[in-house]
Design a protein around this ligand. Structure first.
Ligand code: OFO
Length: 181
């Protein structure tokens, strides 16, 4: 059985992950509307990834006999002045999410909840990647400044990104299957 404090904190984290998805969808729209289809595609893949993050917590709560309670999202979306500003905002947001994951690790450890702690170790590693990927793009954009050719090159490169559903979550998305798997 999942401890109540962990159940509450994981429900809160589902909200944060869905807010991340919403933020990145807003960035995708900003890029797609602004003539940067590669960056738009990168952000759309990121939206999918954030949804799977939320679903990892969802699955864990259900599997341990807890209750998933969805909460209203704090809408984070707004406009950005440039691709650089958007990626800088994405990096700042990922640092915020890393802080939330670390708080959860401390809570799971203080509750002696080894199962949650194990789930959270995946997120600790994932956040290193999340920060690194947004920071790298921000650094590249900073380097090229306003150079149009450089921007187009980065856009083309980011357009290569594809989203792959992690096999351990496949059952959550397949029709007619249970939660386990
Ligand atoms: Fe869920 O890692 Fe980004 O926000």
């Amino acid at each position: 059985m999942i401890p109540k404090r962990i159940e509450d904190a994981f429900n809160e984290q589902i909200r944060h992950e869905l807010e991340s998805a919403y933020l990145y969808l807003a960035m995708a729209a900003y890029f797609d509307n602004g003539g940067f289809p590669g960056m738009g595609r990168w952000m759309r893949a990121q939206v999918q990834e954030e949804l799977t993050h939320a679903m990892r917590f969802y699955k864990h709560i259900i599997e341990r006999g807890g209750e998933v309670r969805l909460q209203p999202l704090n809408i984070l979306a707004h406009k950005w002045d440039s691709p650089l500003k958007a990626f800088e905002a994405a990096y700042e947001h990922e640092k915020f999410i890393t802080g939330k994951i670390h708080e959860l690790v401390k809570l799971a450890q203080s509750e002696g909840d080894y199962a949650s702690n194990s789930l959270l170790q995946w997120f600790v590693d994932e956040q290193v990647e999340e920060e690194e990927s947004t920071l790298t793009v921000a650094q590249q954009l900073r380097l090229i400044g306003g150079d149009g050719r450089g921007l187009l090159m980065i856009d083309r490169e980011l357009g290569q990104r594809t989203f792959v559903l992690p096999p351990e979550l496949a059952n959550l998305y397949a029709q007619g299957t249970g939660i386990a798997g």
